[in-house]
Design a protein around this ligand. Sequence first.
Ligand SMILES: C[S@@+](CC[C@H](N)C(=O)[O-])C[C@H]1O[C@@H](n2cnc3c(N)ncnc32)[C@H](O)[C@@H]1O
Length: 226
Amino acid sequence: MFDDVGLFFDALSDDYTKAIERCFPRYREMLWALVDYLPADRSFGSVLELGCGTGNLSVAIHDAFPKASLRVVDLSQNSLDLCQTRLETCDGFVCEQNDFGTVEYSKGSFDLVVSSIAIHHLDSSAKQSLFKRIHDWLTEDGVLCFADQCAGANEELNTRHMENWKQLSIKAGSSETEWDMWMQHQAECDHHDTLPDQLDWLRDAGFTTIDCPWRFLLWTVIQASK
Ligand SMILES: C[S@@+](CC[C@H](N)C(=O)[O-])C[C@H]1O[C@@H](n2cnc3c(N)ncnc32)[C@H](O)[C@@H]1O
């Protein structure tokens, strides 16, 4: 069952927020950083979110840019239903069940593309293709900002990340069974690439200003502007 990303998050959707806050206790801080570091002088009109889940980032984006039209995409229909309930009164809100590994939009459709803990479900080559497609979907001065898990640059650093993360998660209330559930999902569905590789791929895709404004262990916020 866990080898299908959409079905895994369908099954988890009702408990997702509590589970992710136990899994990664700095989850809310990471979402805050993603939104806070967006260019302060910009009022984004059209926003795309990839892998919205139950809508925690979607709500934060709507609060920060209440006039923006927001399109959210996810594989998990149960998660999308919960996201829809939280945002259905917002003008210009669109929920789409689709795979962001293959979905296409017209050139220059969005001022801002955001995502949180979702892009690591694509392998290295699919990530590189996604970064190029996002570059096309963005307007001339468009911005991509996403939070995700990055591999350590070598085996030793990666092992330290995983050990420290597990300690943090257990301290925050995850049981060993719950941790094993995340690790089984990770082994079957996740593809962690290093931060330097992803920064290179963003530059190859055509982005010019690229930075990592927040990082803790393997958890990272990456911002790239055209
Ligand atoms: C860990 S959850 C993150 C949810 C939310 N963004 C958050 O920050 O809490 C990952 C989400 O990405 C979605 N997802 C993963 N791969 C996807 C893909 N290729 N296309 C669309 N959605 C995907 C999953 O269904 C899931 O809802």
